[in-house]
Each structure stands twice: as structure tokens, then as C-alpha cells.
Design a protein around this ligand. Sequence first.
Ligand code: HEM
Length: 136
Amino acid sequence: MLWIKTLHIVFVVSWFAGLFYLPRLFVNHAMVEDGATAERLALMERKLYRFMTPLGVLALVFGTWLWLGYDFGGGWLHAKLVLVALLVAYHLYCGRLLRDFAAGRNRHGHRWYRWFNEMPVLMLLFVTILVVVKPF
Ligand code: HEM
């Protein structure tokens, strides 16, 4: 079980590297005026999204393996799964935002993206409290 948990944590950390960095690219992209830099950022966003998606899938696969394979349960896990569903929705919404940028359809300013960028930080804090402290 400890090997599965090790892999779960490694893929969670790797996925979060993308969840922290991609919205930061959006902050910069929303401030850019010249086309060459905008194209460069769009390429970086596309490559990062393609890289971080399988990492997220593997984090969820090993988490589910822990949950179903080792009989974990309790209110903390249910609350954690709700936050994980929000994280998956956030990831998919980032995919939509990068397509909007690439098609010149971005509707948000850099300030909006700075607040958007803070959401994974809060979710990581709450999920970690739930899984380590198990408050209920
Ligand atoms: C389908 C999604 C997920 C499921 C079913 C799941 C399930 C689990 C289970 C059953 C454990 C073992 C708990 C224990 O040993 O006490 C665990 C550990 C852990 N999970 Fe997840 N998890 C999922 C996604 C995530 C995500 C998205 C994060 C990060 C935000 C995360 C962070 C952690 C951490 C840090 C641990 C280690 C806790 C410890 O060793 O005390 N998990 N997970």
C-alpha cells in the first residue's frame, strides 16, 4: 500500500506543478500586446496542458486504487472527493481557457487570472488537511 501511496503523492505533486504554472501563463498572456509573444505563450500553454493531463489522471488512478483497494472511507474522503471533482473541473476549464486564448477569444483581464491562479492553492490546503488530519 505504501508504494501506491508514494506514487499517488508523486503524481499529485507533479499535477499541481501544472495547476500552479498554467494559470500563471494566462496572467502573462492577458497582458501581452505583441503577436509573437502571444503565439509563444499559446504554444507553452498547449504543451504544458498536454504534459500535466496524464499526470492528473495517474494521481486519480492511484488515489482510487488506495480508496477501493485498501478499504479507506469516512467523511474526510467524501469531502476530499468533492474537492477533487472541483480540481478536475478547474483543470478542464483551463483547457477551455487556453483554446480561447489560441482563438483570440479571451474575455478576462490579468487581475481575474491572478485570482483564478489562487484557487488550486486553497484546494491543495483543504485536501491535505482532510487527508492528513481526517477531521471527520
Ligand atoms: C480520485 C481522487 C483521489 C482519491 C480517491 C484519493 C484517495 C486517497 C487515499 C485513500 C489516501 C490514503 C489516506 C491514508 O493513508 O490515510 C490518499 C492519500 C493522500 N492523498 Fe489522495 N486521493 C485522491 C486525490 C488526491 C488529490 C487530488 C490530492 C491533492 C490535492 C491528494 C492528496 C493526498 C495526500 C497528500 C495523501 C497522503 C496522506 C498521508 O499519507 O497521510 N489526493 N488519497
